[in-house]
Design a protein around this ligand. Sequence first.
Ligand code: ADP
Ligand code: MG
Ligand code: ZN
Length: 609
Amino acid sequence: MKKISSASIWLVVFVLVILASLTLLETNKKVDTLSVNQFQDYWVKKQIKSVQVREDKTVEGQLINGTQYETIVPLSRLMQVMDKNPNDKVTETYVKPASMPMWLQIVPTLLIILMLVAFWFMYMQQSQGGGGGGNRGVMNFGKSRAKIATPDKKKVTFDDVAGEDEEKDELAEVVDFLKQPKRYLEAGARIPKGILLVGPPGTGKTLLARAVSGEAGVPFYSISGSDFVEMFVGVGASRVRDLFEQAKKSAPCIIFIDEIDAVGRQRGAGVGGGHDEREQTLNQLLVEMDGFGVNEGIIMIAATNRPDILDPALLRPGRFDRHILVGAPDVKGREEILKVHSKNKHLADEVKLDVLAKRTPGFTGADLENLMNEAALLTVRNNKNVIEMLELDEAVTRVIAGPEKKSRVISEKDRKLTAYHEAGHAVVMKYSPLSDPIHQISIIPRGMAGGYTMHLPEEDTSYTSKLKLKDEMVGLLGGRVAEKLIMKDISTGAKNDIDRASSIARKMVMEYGMSDKLGPISFGNDHNEVFLGRDLGKSRNFSEQVAFQIDSEVKDLIGEAYAKAEKILDENIGKLHAVAQELLLKEKLEGAEFEAIIARTESDEIELS
Ligand code: ADP
Ligand code: MG
Ligand code: ZN
């Protein structure tokens, strides 16, 4: 707020100065008002240099000695004088076009001022939108916007970063160096200058970097890559210069560049050639990084989720040469993160965070934080004081799929279609041996989806086998097969399933080398086009013939999965009906309820036969 008021004070001063100088200019013109006799006097003495007729027919002009004069008598009276005494000294006698009123004359000036003001506000807006504090305004255009978080501010430590023990171990050395650089200097050790934190969004990269500075108790200069990329050419580069200047003064310290991909994208790439401004900024960054010595006490940390598009020069030894992967947490990590974020919340005794952690595979730290927050919000909405499993469960689904749209009106036919579609998934998954157990089935629309069937692995795995992938495709196609079987027609609702099944099949053939015919070879290049960042399009490293084979292999895989799904549903049509009917009734089935229906129908079928 302080920024804005000081800016507006400047603005007011600016406008006042302009107005004052305008009036001064006006009054500075000393104007002599001449009577007819005086005019005649000057005229006869040939002292009059110019005569201009004003709109109101009076006259103004200049004397030979430079003084401005005017008359209040009309031209017609003066003409008599002039006619009687021809005067060749007069340089100009013309009728001035209708002179503009004073207020019209200042319109252009006003426009310019207005434009300046608009420009100013645009700049202010932009710099505020860019996130970040610091004092900035027009007066410090090129100044870096690094936010300085000094050690005494709300300190983030490694305790706030749950899980991620390997990452913390790697960073512990840096912390130690920042705390006692002397020891390292004496031992002649070289500490890495630049550390690149690589990982998907929300995994806690920013948090880790902050924790390093908190642990070491050194200043933390944080700036986001997009802050460098400005609309004014040259500003980015000067920001970089300024940032390093500041940092050097307060070494030991940490410079943190968040989202470095915004500025560090490979040079000379992208649609329509490079972005000159960005390249200039990147060059400056490289120069500065080389400019400070190895053990000067400045550690640069950068974070990105797109290391593949970074300029290789950034990753060279002596720059960001140490990479730390910050991945999505595992079960244990998730439990710990949940613990951190439930510290200031009231949880019911029945709540088991380890159970919750098991239910949230693939959740990042940010997702988990969001989950706890959603649960707290739901608790308030439900007029409760403590968060129970009910809220947490709903929050999980909310984070995955967005809030339930209970109010959306769905036709009975669509409901039936969705119910059979989801039941189809569930039954097929149930009878594909390698599929994960069903966790929840719902036909309540969420986000874009009309319904969903959630199946969760019992444990986190890093590798997936071929048979498991095949079973996954079978499960995905189960929805479509059920539609066909029951409704005798198919719908667009299966688009997402089909996309995913196709992508699995294609990856199995092209990337995982799982095709019997083509063998363990990977096809296509490994860098996908990154928003056209590196390569325009994909280069193909195989022939037309192989392309044909790939297509036919993919087709075979899908065909096989489809046939298997059909077979399963054919054999278990009673269960499909039972599950679908129950879904239509209850809209949502938990894993256990689903299992109960399957068991019940199974025993019914045995009795019947
Ligand atoms: P990134 O920079 O990787 O996108 P952030 O560091 O901004 O992610 O994390 C976003 C939020 O998620 C953090 O503010 C924190 O609340 C939460 N979070 C992420 N990872 C963790 C973790 N390991 N422990 C605790 N909280 C975490
Ligand atoms: Mg971040
Ligand atoms: Zn589906």
